[in-house]
Design a protein around this ligand. Structure first.
Ligand code: FAD
Ligand code: NAD
Length: 478
């Protein structure tokens, strides 16, 4: 095997594997270095996303929602089923099968496109060379025309609640529980806390979420975050804001958590405790001191708008660099970098990256929130349409939530869309496309939407931007 490649990618998560496939498709001789190995020593492809992130969490969210529907919702449709019960190991096994299918798929795509997998830990040396150390400690060096670092991220740990993998767990542990905990504590009411808290809550756990901040989901539009808090509380998630965890002790198979709030010190006992307080870039031991690569003040690999590091011909993409830690953001960066290596003037549009929380209902957003527009002093118009006024939402008994579209007051250009409601993840994508094409709210309002669809709520929100909605009473203009 030649140790010279046009492109060497470090990491096979959604940022790395997409970059590797794209580079091979463009005719470049490509290797992908991956350090993750399974029990048999074979490389595990797909990174966090496929193995312990997006995919397994969505598999469990869907399974647990079906259980919830069987117990709570089917009766409303006149469907009578016996008492539903849950087989957690079977649910976890289904999730693992899906993961295996998808990671095997990446191996197949690599083979089909001619990407060479190099098993081991990659480290970038000066002159775009990559040193790879395998599980046995053997090292070899790869020469690369270009290096793309896609080393991803790992969960943040906090001193008061060190993860032991059994009682105090991180997101990976929370995807592997073999039984439903009676009482489940979650530190952090962010994306992971809400998604995995929902999974185990639907399966019967009493979920208490301890969140340090006073505001719930501060990155979301305030109106949507308020609605989300109301809905999640109604679902039984006990979300405690303004909570500072000071300690967590494991004794007799329980976790005793101490925390302080504005009204003093408290203690709660849980069967399991999930720590979900964010992720940090996996940027340590990734490059030699003379490589030219630098880190920013938060430990991310420093890159410019084109994902170029400070070392010539070395790029970095995905969770290991600034920006939202989202699979699709990393994948798109990977594509842009490879196209630029191939000589195309590709560019990433960081203003149009959707984000979703896969609770039920889903919470989805793209672009600016109302509070950001106010802070930036931008004059805007907002149109809101509640799902309770959508015929399709009513037919599906999915009437919680709303669609909000914000547009520039003068030009009418769409600046953002914020949704809490059924299929919000798919609905927001319609506005992402509109924004990518530079649409105005009127463009969307003049588009014909099929009836009856949930998408009509997007149409009505666009109409509402100018007080033209049909199926709600429009706010009077002063
Ligand atoms: P990763 O997926 O972390 O992959 C990095 C890879 O690089 C790993 O395989 C690692 O082993 C390898 N590596 C690291 N260092 C080296 C080295 N030195 N040498 C060789 N290999 C190395 N995002 C979404 O968009 N949607 C979701 O629904 C979603 N759900 C999530 C749910 C959970 C529970 C979690 C934890 C995350 C979720 N995310 C989601 C975030 C998403 O998983 C990440 O944004 C995404 O995986 C980042 O991709 P990446 O390729 O940058 O890094
Ligand atoms: P997050 O940033 O979404 O939430 C972490 C929460 O923990 C925040 O609300 C924060 O205020 C709180 N927190 C931090 N320190 C705390 C402490 N000491 N005590 C109590 N609360 C504390 O991070 P996450 O939920 O861990 O997820 C990590 C990343 O993974 C996110 O950035 C997200 O982009 C990505 N992710 C995405 C999805 C998705 O796209 N659906 C799903 C899961 C994860």
């Amino acid at each position: 095997m030649s140790d010279k490649y046009d492109v060497v990618v470090i990491g096979s998560g959604p940022a790395g594997y997409v970059a590797a496939i794209k580079a091979a498709q463009l005719g470049m001789n490509t290797a992908c270095v991956e350090q993750w190995i399974d029990a048999k020593g074979a490389p595990v492809l797909g990174g966090t996303c496929l193995n312990v992130g997006c995919i397994p969490s969505k598999a469990l969210l869907d399974s647990s929602y079906k259980f919830h529907e069987a117990r709570e919702d089917l009766g409303l449709h006149g469907i009578k089923v016996g008492e539903a019960s849950i087989d957690v190991p079977a649910m976890i096994a289904r999730k693992e099968k899906i993961v295996g299918q998808l990671t095997g798929g990446i191996a197949g795509l690599f083979k089909h496109n001619g990407v060479t997998v190099v098993s081991g830990k990659g480290r970038v040396l000066a002159g775009a060379r990559v040193e790879v150390t395998d599980a046995e400690g053997n090292t070899r060096e790869l020469e690369a025309g270009s290096v793309i670092i896609a080393a991803g991220s790992v969960p943040v740990e906090i001193p008061p609640a060190p993860v032991d993998g059994q009682y105090i767990i991180d997101s990976t542990g929370a995807l592997e529980l073999q039984e439903v905990p009676g009482r489940l504590g979650v530190i952090g009411a962010g994306v992971i806390g809400l998604e995995l808290g929902s999974v185990w809550g639907r399966l019967g756990a009493e979920v208490v979420m301890l969140e340090a901040l006073e505001d719930f989901l501060p990155m979301m539009d305030v109106q949507i975050a308020k609605e989300a808090a109301k809905i999640f509380k109604k679902q039984g998630l006990d979300i405690r804001l303004g909570t500072r965890v000071t300690g967590a002790q494991v004794a007799d198979g329980k976790v005793e958590v101490t925390f302080s709030t504005a009204d003093g010190e408290h203690t709660e006992t849980f069967d399991r405790l999930i720590v979900a307080v964010g992720r940090r870039p996996r940027s340590e031991e990734l490059f030699s001191g003379d490589s030219g690569i630098t880190l920013d003040e938060r430990g991310f690999i420093y890159v410019n708008d084109f994902c170029e590091t400070e070392a010539p011909n070395v790029y970095a993409v995905g969770d290991v660099v600034r920006g939202p830690m989202l699979a699709h953001k990393g994948s798109e960066e990977g594509i842009v970098v490879v196209e630029r290596i191939h000589g195309k003037q590709a560019q990433m549009n960081y203003d149009c990256i959707p984000s979703v929380i896969y609770t039920h209902p889903e919470v989805a957003a793209v672009g600016k929130t109302e509070q950001e527009l106010k802070a930036d002093g931008i004059e805007y118009k907002a149109g809101v349409f509640p799902f309770v006024a959508s015929g399709r939402a009513l037919a599906s008994n999915e009437t919680e939530g709303m669609v909000k579209i914000v547009a520039d007051a003068e030009t009418d250009r769409i600046l953002g869309c914020h949704i809490i409601g059924p299929s919000a993840a798919d609905l927001v994508q319609q506005v992402v496309i509109a924004m990518e094409f530079g649409s105005s709210a009127e463009d969307l309002a003049l588009t014909v939407f099929g009836h009856p669809t949930l998408s009509e709520a997007v149409h009505e929100a666009a109409l509402a931007v100018d007080g033209q909605a049909i199926h709600i009473a429009n706010r009077k203009k002063r």
